[in-house]
Each structure stands twice: as structure tokens, then as C-alpha cells.
Design a protein. Structure first.
Length: 168
């Protein structure tokens, strides 16, 4: 007949095996995700360089320049996500600040796209341009608020980390 202690030891052994197995699966997932993100970032850099070259050939065409900046910001987002994966891989914890930075970059990227779209839309009819201007201003206002909130959040997180580091 099994005793209570032997049942506890067996449950503890199964728990340890499961924990080790899940940890190994997590490490493999982080590794594969990191490789895919790195490959995507490299492709993004190549396409951004091509876009920049086309911009130079077309003597600074505004549309091509915004496309180049958009691609570079996309690569910057990928690199920041890759950094987050690397930190998570090394520490085993999820850090908030890189996600806020990615959100900040994405918001700035969207502001650039909206600005380009609104300059192109201003060449349309007066009523349609007015409607587009209203929608654009609303979206820019919301994005501005989000950017402000993310910047404040990043500053507060950094201050909290500094305060924690001083006490340790």
C-alpha cells in the first residue's frame, strides 16, 4: 500500500519533469521566434535600402521618402521585438518597456502614413477634403494621446527601475 509521502514524492517528480519539459519547449520557441524575427529584420533592411536608393534616383520624391521611413521604422520595431525576445530568453521574465517602445514606434509610423495620405487627399474636392481632414485630425489626436501615454509610461517605468536599483 502506498503511503502519503510516496505519493507526494511521485507528484513532485512529475511536476519537476513537466517544468523542465515546458522550459525546454519555451526556449526552443524563443530561439525559433528570434531567428524568424532576425530574418524578417534583414529582409526589411534590404527593402528599406532599395527604397532609399529609389528615392535618391527620383530626386527625393516625397512618397518614396515616406515609404523608406516607414520601412525603416518597421525594421526598428522588429529589432525592438527581437530585443524583447532576447531579454525574455535570458531572464525568463517578460519586460514591459520594449513593448511600449514598439507601440510608440508603431504610433509614430502611423502618424507619418496619415500625414502622407492627408497631403494627397487635400488635392481632392473641397467637401471630400473637409471630411478627410476631420477624420485625419481625430485620428491624429488619438494617436497623439497614445504617444503621450506611452512616453509617460516609459519614463515612469525607468524611474521605478532606478528607484528599485538604488534600494537593492
Amino acid at each position: 500500500m502506498r503511503t502519503y509521502e510516496s505519493g507526494d514524492r511521485e507528484a513532485s517528480r512529475i511536476s519537476m519533469i513537466a517544468t523542465r519539459s515546458f522550459h525546454k519547449i519555451e526556449l526552443v520557441a524563443y530561439f525559433v521566434l528570434g531567428l524568424l524575427l532576425a530574418l524578417t529584420a534583414l529582409v526589411g533592411i534590404v527593402t528599406a535600402a532599395q527604397s532609399l536608393f529609389e528615392t535618391i534616383l527620383h530626386k527625393g520624391d516625397l512618397d518614396l521618402l515616406v515609404t523608406t521611413i516607414d520601412r525603416l521604422l518597421f525594421v526598428l520595431m522588429l529589432v525592438e521585438i527581437l530585443h524583447t525576445v532576447r531579454v525574455s530568453f535570458l531572464s525568463g521574465t517578460l519586460v514591459c518597456e520594449p513593448f511600449l517602445i514598439v507601440g510608440l514606434i508603431a504610433s509614430v509610423r502611423r502618424v507619418l502614413v496619415i500625414t502622407l495620405e492627408s497631403t494627397q487627399a487635400s488635392q481632392k474636392g473641397a467637401q471630400e477634403a473637409g471630411e478627410i481632414l476631420h477624420a485625419t485630425m481625430l485620428e491624429l489626436g488619438i494617436l497623439g494621446g497614445m504617444i503621450l501615454i506611452m512616453v509617460i509610461s516609459i519614463v515612469l517605468l525607468r524611474r521605478a527601475h532606478e528607484a528599485h536599483a538604488e534600494h537593492v
